[in-house]
Design a protein around this ligand. Structure first.
Ligand code: F6R
Length: 368
């Protein structure tokens, strides 16, 4: 049932091209217009939205962070992203012009479920992004976008995350279409880029062996840092989470611009730092990231850089280089997270841990 893989997680990482493709099927309707079948919100309701609040936990929360960049950029609608466990207790400002988006792979996470109940009591509209048909969260929501990852068995979320990203992009484009903040041509172009992503994920997976080798070289690491900017920042956080939960290793993700505000003090000789480098097309972002990498390297860090094919400027600053396909910055998380998943899976495996059942963790967290 693991299709020749040693772990469900590894199998699920390799299923990602298919999972992404499946989550995109049937989204383009007549005249190329984007359609979300299960979306039970009227155009009117979408047009009247003043803000969107995304609530989720763990990996799903990081998908929500990526979604904020995409939704605000494409729709000009303000987005807040909040941990479900914090949302309800701070008396959030929510009313009928607020769309609350709950992201949950399992659909049973207690914190997220309680948060949507609170949102509904304040008359907000609730949309679920969920991988599990008929689970509690979509059942209690006004609308739902199902992801089509298929069952995720490994406790650490992988294909669940990629398909959540896809659903978030689709939601963003749909809102842009209804609100008219983007033209049809532009939406079509982005849909085309999304439809190319399964192939790009496949390309990244072809480098698995070299990522595994790199991971095995880190069995003695005691701490690992992850840096990113823009949509690469949540990728850094998610990469660090994977390493914590699977390898039981201290790992932390930072926004690269924050380094000088504290975290750089952690850098010492030999510290591995994984860096998600933005595409060169985003000139300023790219340049700023490079200077951050230079700074940690000057202090003895060993830099492992994820950078797009053809990026030559990164070469002098990378102790190890993992190549990513050339994709727009907003879509880059779909490819950039893959080597980090492979890295965590292999390192945990090399350390002798149970990758599918990490200690102290459960697949769905049904207590608050
Ligand atoms: C990490 C992981 C968890 C879940 C979190 C939310 O790999 O799997 O952090 O993402 O418990 O779960 P769902 O998405 O089911 O609400």
């Amino acid at each position: 049932e693991k299709d020749g893989h040693d772990w469900f997680m590894r199998k699920e990482i390799f299923e990602q091209p298919r999972a992404v493709a499946d989550s995109l099927i049937g989204r383009r309707g007549v005249g190329g217009l984007l359609q979300l079948d299960e979306m039970r919100l009227a155009d009117e309701e979408i047009r009247d939205l003043d803000k969107i609040i995304i609530i989720a936990c763990g990996t799903s929360f990081y998908a929500g962070m990526v979604a904020k960049y995409a939704i605000e950029h494409w729709t000009r609608t303000p987005v807040e992203v909040e941990l479900a466990s914090e949302f309800r207790y701070r008396d959030p400002i929510v009313d009928h012009t607020t769309l609350v988006v709950a992201i949950s792979q399992s659909g049973e996470t207690a914190d997220t479920l309680q948060a949507i109940r609170h949102a509904k009591s304040q008359r907000a509209k609730v949309l679920a992004i969920c991988n599990t048909n008929g689970s509690s969260i979509p059942r209690e929501s006004d609308a739902v976008i199902y992801t089509h990852a298929g069952p995720e068995i490994g406790v650490a979320s992988t294909k669940g995350f990629l398909t959540q990203l896809v659903a978030c992009y689709l939601l963003a484009l749909y809102v842009a279409q209804v609100k008219g903040t983007r033209y049809g041509d532009e939406i079509n172009e982005i849909m085309g880029q999304l439809e190319a992503m399964p192939g790009h994920v496949e390309t990244v997976l072809e480098q698995a062996e070299s990522v595994y080798e790199l991971a095995r070289a880190h069995v003695d690491a005691r701490s690992v840092l992850f840096l990113g900017r823009h949509a690469g920042y949540p990728v850094a956080l998610e990469g660090a989470l994977k390493l914590k939960e699977l390898a039981y290793l201290h790992a932390e993700g930072f926004a690269a611009g924050e380094l000088k505000h504290g975290p750089i003090a952690l850098v010492e000789d030999g510290l591995p730092v994984l860096c998600v480098v933005p595409p060169r097309g985003r000139d300023q972002l790219h340049g700023k990231m490079l200077s951050g990498i230079q700074e940690v390297r000057a202090r003895g860090a060993r830099t492992i850089c994820l950078a797009e094919e053809g990026d030559e400027k990164i070469v002098p600053y990378a102790d190890h280089l993992i190549r990513l396909p050339e994709v727009p910055v907003l879509l880059q998380p779909l490819v950039a997270i893959v080597p980090l998943q492979l890295f965590a899976c292999e390192l945990a495996s090399a350390l002798g841990h149970d990758v599918d059942q990490p200690r102290n963790l459960a697949k769905s967290v049904t207590v608050e």
